[in-house]
Design a binder for this molecule. Structure first.
Ligand code: CA
Length: 697
C-alpha cells in the first residue's frame, strides 16, 4: 500500500511511519515467538561476508568424515569447533546470496555433523563451554535452519533442543544472562511460554544495581569475581547480552522495563562506551582479557546500532557512537569532555576530544586485577596506578606480548631482571593493601590518588586532571628491595621519532621535555629519565597459556624515571600533554601549572589558566599558597573551582571512605577572613563519592 502525498520528503516520511505502525500492529497481534526468532535470525547474519564464509566451509566440508566428525577436533575437550563449523554451514545454506545456498551435499553434512554431536555428547573441562557456548551455538544453528527450505529432521531437532536444557545459575551477573540467552533460543524453537517467561526474567536479571555485589555499581562501574573492576571484561558480556535481549524483546509484552532501561542506558553511555577510543578499549578495563590477542579491539559497531531501536530517546548519541567506534568517523566524533571517578572500583576516566586518560588502582576494599585460567600471567602491577593514554586509540593494541611487565605505564615498581617479578602467583584476585585510594570529581575535572604499598615499594601517587594536560605526582617513594625502583611514564608502539629538549640528561634537575606520537611529556624537575626505542620480543603465550607461542618482535617507545636502589622519600613529577607537536610544546604555557606541593603529606596543583586548585591531603594539614589557605581536619581529596572568581565551589571526597564529615577552614585570596565549612560526606553505598559546597564570597 502506498500513501501518495504531495512533496517527496513528506511522502517518504509518512511511508516510514506507516510501515512502522503496520509492524507494530502485526506484532501486537502475533505471539512473540515468531517475531523474536526472526530478529535473532537476522541478527545472526549481521556482518556475514559470504566470500569469507564460503572459503571457510570449502576447507571444512571436504574434511568431514562419513560419520559426521572431523579428525582435527578433540571431541573429548571440544571448544568452539565443531559447533562453529556446523553453524557456518547452516548460515550459508539459508542465504540466497551465498554460493552454497540450498546445497544438497552441505545439507547432508549439517545433518550428519549434528547427529554426530548428539551421539558423542562432548564435554569440555571448562564449564563455560558446556553450559553457555554449546547450548547457545546449537540454538543458533537450529534457529538458522528454521529458515531452510528443507528443515532438519524433526527427531534430530527435538533431541538437540533437549540437549540444550541446563539448570540456570541465577545471580551470576553476565553468566546468568549468557545462560538465559539459550533459554530464549529454546523458548522460540519450542514456542513455550514458561521457558520464554524465565528467559526474559533472567536475561534482564543482571540489569540492576546491588551495592558491592557483582554487576553494575552505584558509581556506574562493574564488578565481577568479587569486588574487581570488570567494566569491559565481564561488563562487556553484560552489555552485549543486555543489549541483545532488549533488542530482541522490544515492543513485545516482554520488553525491558523502564527502570532497568535507565540502568542499562546509563551504563552504556556513561561508562562502557567511554572506555572505547575510536574502536579500541582502554587497556585498564579488560581485566585478565588484556592477555588475549585483539582484546583491545572493541568490535562494537553492531551492538551500538541496536540500542537506538529500544532507546530512541538517545538516538543521536547512539548514531554518533556507532560511527565513531566503527571507524567511519574520527575518534573524537561526538565526544564531549567528562571526568569520571569510579570510587567503587578505583578507576578514573578522563575524556577530552584530543585524548583519553585513565588510571586503575587497587584498595583494601577491592581485588587486584586477577590472573585466572593461566590468563594474565604477568599482570601483577596492573592495578598500581596504570595510566592508559590514548589519542588514536590503538597505542597499546596487541603490544602486550612484548611489554616489559614491570614497566606498565604509570606504575611505580621494582625493575626486575626478568618476567618472574611481574608474575601473578595467586589466581582470581588478591585484595589491595591500602585504603586511601580514590578521588574527587565534578564530572569535568578532578584529582585521584593512590597510596601504594605493594611488593616492598611505597609511594603516594596522584593525578591532577585538567583540559590540555594531566599532572602526575609521586612522593614518599621508599623501598628496601634490591632492585632499582622505577616509575614508568609510558610503554607504547613506537610510532614516530622521539623529540627531546636539549637539556635532557640523566640525573638532571632542571626542566626537560620529550615528545612521541603527538604526546608531550614535561618533567619540571628533570629526574633520572631513561628512554628506549628498541625492539622488544615476546609471545602471547608468555602472558596467556591459551595463546600462540609464536615469537613476536615490535618496536616500542618506553620511557621511565629511575629512582635507583633503596630510594628514601623519593619523588617524581611529570605533565602529560596529549595532542601536541614540538612547536606546540615550545609555545605551551607551562606557567599555568603550579605544582604547589609534592610530599608524602600533601600533593597540590594549581591551574592558573583554569582558576582551580586540586589537592590530596594524606593526613590533616594546611596548604598555604598565593594568598590562599586551606586547612582540613581529616585526610581527603579537595578540588576548588573559581578560586579567584565568582561562585567558588569546593568539592571534597574521602578516599578512605570512613569519615562522615570533614571540617575545612578556607581562605580564598579575595576573602577578608577564613571560612569554616563543615562538609558532611555521602554515606552508605555512596561513601567515597564527591560532596559539593558553594562558597559564600
Ligand atoms: Ca624489568
Amino acid at each position: 500500500m502506498m500513501v501518495r502525498i504531495k512533496g517527496k520528503g513528506l511522502k517518504i516520511n509518512l511511508s516510514v511511519i506507516f510501515v512502522c505502525l503496520s509492524c507494530f500492529f502485526v506484532s501486537a497481534q502475533q505471539k512473540p515467538y515468531t517475531i523474536i526468532m526472526e530478529r535473532i535470525n537476522l541478527d545472526l547474519q549481521v556482518g556475514i561476508n559470504d566470500g569469507v564464509l564460503t572459503k571457510r566451509i570449502n576447507k571444512n566440508l571436504p574434511a568431514l568424515l562419513p560419520d559426521g566428525s572431523w579428525t582435527d577436533i578433540n571431541y573429548a575437550d571440544a571448544q568452539y569447533d565443531p559447533l562453529n563449523r556446523i553453524k557456518d554451514m547452516a548460515t550459508a545454506y539459508i542465504r540466497q546470496s551465498n554460493k552454497l545456498y540450498q546445497n544438497k551435499e552441505m545439507y547432508g553434512a549439517i545433518v550428519k555433523a549434528l547427529q554426530n554431536w548428539l551421539d558423542k555428547n562432548p564435554k569440555n573441562k571448562n564449564w563455560w563451554y558446556n553450559d553457555i557456548f554449546y547450548p547457545q551455538a546449537i540454538g543458533q544453528t537450529l534457529i538458522l535452519m528454521r529458515n531452510a527450505k528443507t528443515q532438519l529432521p524433526v527427531e534430530l531437532e527435538n533431541a538437540l533442543i533437549n540437549r540444550m536444557i541446563r539448570k540456570l545459575k541465577t545471580g551470576d551477573g553476565a553468566n546468568t544472562s549468557d545462560e538465559a540467552l539459550h533459554y530464549l533460543y529454546r523458548a522460540c524453537l519450542t514456542q513455550n511460554k514458561a521457558t520464554l517467561d524465565s528467559a526474559a526474567k533472567y536475561l534482564f536479571e543482571p540489569i540492576t544495581i546491588a551495592d558491592g555485589k557483582e554487576g553494575v555499581q552505584v558509581d556506574g562501574s562493574y564488578y565481577q569475581h568479587g569486588k574487581q573492576q570488570a567494566i569491559a571484561s565481564y561488563g562487556r558480556v553484560f552489555a552485549g547480552n543486555s543489549v541483545n535481549a532488549a533488542f530482541y524483546l522490544r515492543g513485545t509484552e516482554y520488553a525491558l522495563p523502564k527502570d532497568q532501561l535507565a540502568i542499562l542506558v546509563n551504563y552504556l553511555k556513561n561508562t562502557f562506551l567511554k572506555t572505547v577510543r575510536g574502536s579500541f578499549y582502554d587497556f585498564n578495563v579488560r581485566g585478565r582479557g588484556i592477555s588475549r590477542k585483539d582484546s583491545l579491539s572493541s568490535g562494537m559497531g553492531g551492538m551500538v546500532g541496536k540500542i537506538k531501536l529500544f532507546d530512541p530517546e538517545n538516538a543521536d548519541y547512539w548514531d554518533a557512537a556507532q560511527l565513531r567506534t566503527s571507524g567511519k568517523k574520527p575518534v573524537d566524533y561526538g565526544i564531549t569532555a567528562s571526568h569520571s571517578q569510579y570510587w567503587k572500583s578505583g578507576y578514573t576516566l578522563h575524556l577530552r576530544k584530543a585524548y583519553t586518560f585513565s588510571v586503575q588502582t587497587a584498595s583494601s576494599r577491592t581485588l587486584r586485577t586477577e590472573r585466572g585460567n593461566n590468563e594474565n600471567i604477568l599482570g601483577k602491577f596492573l592495578p598500581d596506578g596504570a595510566t592508559n593514554i590514548q589519542r588514536s586509540g590503538s597505542e597499546y593494541a596487541n603490544l602486550m606480548p612484548v611489554w616489559e611487565w614491570d614497566k606498565i605505564p604509570g606504575t611505580t615498581s621494582r625493575d626486575y631482571a626478568d618476567d618472574s617479578g611481574a608474575t601473578v602467583l595467586k589466581e582470581w584476585g588478591i585484595p589491595g593493601s591500602t585504603k586511601f585510594v580514590g578521588g574527587v570529581s565534578d564530572g569535568f575535572y578532578g584529582v585521584s590518588c593512590y597510596d601504594l604499598n605493594y611488593d616492598s615499594v611505597q609511594a603516594k601517587k596522584a593525578w591532577f586532571f585538567f583540559d590540555q594536560e594531566v599532572v602526575c605526582l609521586g612522593a614518599g617513594i621508599n623501598s628496601n628491595a634490591i632492585q632499582n625502583i622505577t616509575t614508568t611514564i609510558n610503554q607504547v608502539w613506537l610510532r614516530s621519532n622521539v623529540s627531546t629538549s636539549n637539556g635532557i640528561q640523566k640525573n638532571g634537575k632542571s626542566e626537560v621535555w620529550a615528545l612521541h606520537d603527538s604526546i608531550g611529556y614535561i618533567f619540571p624537575h628533570g629526574g633520572n629519565l631513561e628512554i628506549s626505542t628498541k625492539a622488544q620480543s615476546g609471545s602471547w603465550y608468555r602472558v596467556n597459556h591459551f595463546q600462540s607461542k609464536t615469537e613476536l618482535k615490535h618496536n616500542v617507545f618506553k620511557m621511565w624515571l629511575n629512582h635507583g636502589q633503596n630510594p628514601q622519600n623519593g619523588s617524581y613529577q611529570y605533565i602529560v600533554v596529549p595532542g601536541i607537536d614540538v612547536a606546540g610544546l615550545k609555545k605551551y604555557n607551562r606557567s599555568m601549572i603550579e605544582i604547589l606541593k609534592n610530599t608524602d603529606e600533601i600533593q597540590a596543583v594549581k591551574h592558573t589558566g583554569l582558576n582551580m586548585l586540586q589537592a590530596v591531603f594524606y593526613k590533616p594539614g594546611t596548604l598555604n599558597a598565593d594568598g590562599l589557605s586551606l586547612r582540613v581536619d581529616q585526610a581527603c581529596t579537595v578540588y576548588i573551582k573559581n578560586i579567584n572568581g565568582k561562585n567558588p565551589t569546593l568539592y571534597i571526597a574521602d578516599p578512605a571512605q570512613q569519615n562522615a564529615s570533614i571540617n575545612v577552614l578556607l581562605k580564598l585570596p579575595a576573602m577578608l577572613k577564613p571560612q569554616n565549612i563543615n562538609c558532611n560526606l555521602p554515606a552508605g553505598a555512596l561513601s567515597g563519592a564527591t560532596a559539593t559546597f558553594k562558597i559564600k564570597e
